[in-house]
Design a protein around this ligand. Structure first.
Ligand code: SF4
Ligand code: SF4
Length: 372
């Protein structure tokens, strides 16, 4: 498998959830302290993207990292976010703007952002693969990579068609490993089949695995570490994973992560068993067994995003400490979807659901918890 000698250790600073001030600017003093501690501990991989914090992540990188350290002190990953572009002639200006925003001449890694069956069509439509190869030939990208959100067979096709891709960033955490919705295991196995180095995103599932219900939390804290520490070490312990990212917000999180990643040790048998107990607890909590296949959504006359509403209800059951955030996310879904109580009970969705879910009744349960 390809090696990246410039990457010093297996843990990276994801810069998408930086602490913000009351003026909605990145708290630069906090960020600078985190950068200093991260580099001092021997790590050097930073990950950003233009959409992170509406472009403010890139600017924080320039102020907090690039202006304060020599270029060889860090490895910087950025992404081509095609979902922010309409036409091919926007690709070059987008890239130039990113270099300028970060204050660098080149990116060490440049990822085709959030690739999938659908997004691949967009990348092809704007000739993104050719543009990225040209940036690489010009030396303004040191490695071409992609982040990926789709099924294993889609990844298999993309990696077969694009030998220029040197690394893949995947969503990978212990709760999603066997999750049919995310298929982390299948995606991981495709990476291994292609012998391609893996970058992990969301090892703590967007913070969810750090804020679980009391029963699950206790299983891990009884072992002596933080819930996040076991989630990150779980992901980092798999073969082929050369980088595990953590979207850290404050110095406390940084210090916790550095405490176990500086001298990384994979989970032992006891810790692995504890993780499986947590998975059982989280899965045994009356969750709706929707696989998010989305067969049901096209025909719904009320435009109800059934699988996403089910997902929010499941999150509410599984992650009790995050209720306020989950309720906000439910409201966000309603900007593009009918609400659960809009269902007129036509039954079309149930006819097509391969899981034979009683969707109409389940939507009433969703309405009861979110719309009461
Ligand atoms: S039963 Fe409700 S959710 Fe299902 S298709 Fe009809 S309106 Fe949509
Ligand atoms: S068809 Fe059934 S399993 Fe598939 S997304 Fe809809 S509710 Fe979920």
């Amino acid at each position: 498998m390809k090696q990246f000698p410039e990457v010093k250790k297996n843990f990276g600073f994801g810069c998408m959830r930086l602490l913000m001030t009351e003026q909605n600017e990145v708290d630069l003093d906090n960020f600078k302290t985190m950068v200093d501690r991260f580099l001092a501990a021997g790590f050097n991989y930073f990950d950003t993207a233009h959409p992170y914090i509406d472009g403010k992540s890139e600017l924080a990188i320039r102020e907090g990292l690039v202006k304060r350290y020599p270029r060889e002190a860090y490895v910087l990953a950025n992404k081509l976010s095609a979902f922010r572009l309409e036409r091919e002639d926007e690709v070059d200006p987008f890239f130039e703007t990113q270099l300028e925003a970060c204050g660098v001449d080149y990116f060490d890694f440049y990822l085709l952002h959030a690739n999938s069956e659908e997004e691949d069509k967009k990348f092809r439509q704007i000739n993104a693969y050719e543009h990225v190869k040209r940036f690489y030939e010009q030396g303004r990208i040191r490695h071409i990579a992609m982040s990926f959100h789709d099924k294993p067979e889609v990844l298999d096709r993309l990696l077969t068609e694009h030998p220029e891709i040197e690394a893949v960033q995947i969503q990978f955490n212990y709760l999603d490993y066997e999750n049919p919705d995310v298929q982390s295991r299948g995606v991981y196995e495709v990476c291994r089949k292609h012998d391609i180095p893996i970058i992990v995103m969301e090892p703590v599932k967007g913070g969810s695995l750090a804020m679980m219900n009391d029963e699950a939390t206790r299983v891990l804290t009884d072992l002596g570490g933080s819930p996040a520490s076991y989630a990150i070490r779980y992901a980092a312990g798999f073969d082929g994973i050369f980088m595990t990212l953590s979207g850290m917000t404050d110095v406390k999180q940084m210090d916790d992560n550095l405490s176990y990643m500086t001298d990384f040790v994979p989970l032992n048998e006891t810790e692995q068993a504890a993780i499986q107990s947590v998975v059982k607890i989280l899965r045994g909590q009356n969750v709706i067994p929707c696989t998010a296949c989305r067969y049901c959504t096209d025909g719904c006359p009320m435009n109800i995003d059934i699988p996403t509403l089910f997902k929010r209800k499941n999150e509410l059951v599984q992650f009790t400490q995050q209720e306020a955030m989950i309720r906000r996310r439910y409201e966000n879904v309603l900007k593009r979807s009918g609400k659960a109580s809009d269902c007129i009970e036509c039954g079309q969705c149930e006819d097509i659901c391969p899981q034979k879910l009683p969707i109409r009744d389940l939507l009433k349960e969703v309405a009861a918890v979110f719309e009461a």
